[in-house]
Design a protein around this ligand. Sequence first.
Ligand SMILES: [Zn+2]
Length: 139
Amino acid sequence: MEERDARTDEELRGRRERLVGDLAGLQDFTPGSFQEERLACGKPGCHCAQGGDQRHGPYRSVHRYRSGKTVKKAVPAHLADEFRARCARWDAFQATVGEIADINAELSARDLERRSRPGPAARVAAGEKGGSRGRTSSG
Ligand SMILES: [Zn+2]
């Protein structure tokens, strides 16, 4: 059995309204993941061969997976904080849209349940079919 949301329709719609409002504040995002890495150049005798903080960098970039490949954009040090925050907004934007989708899935499931049930007219018709037809017309 699928786990159902205990909130009322009204509560779910209220939450959805707030989430949709939140999206406005998250719209200035950079799609992708912010990466920071240190690299070894491979030259013999270079300090980077010691590994760790001795490697070159850090190099910062935004990675975005598109059409089967990863597009990588370098981010200069002075823009690192800004683009780290922009990528975080992308994560938050997706999480918010995901929650809206979950709410709409729940509301849609409830709507289908309600509206797929036979209505009063259908129940009366079913009752008539099963009922006795012992009406006599004696004349
Ligand atoms: Zn090196």
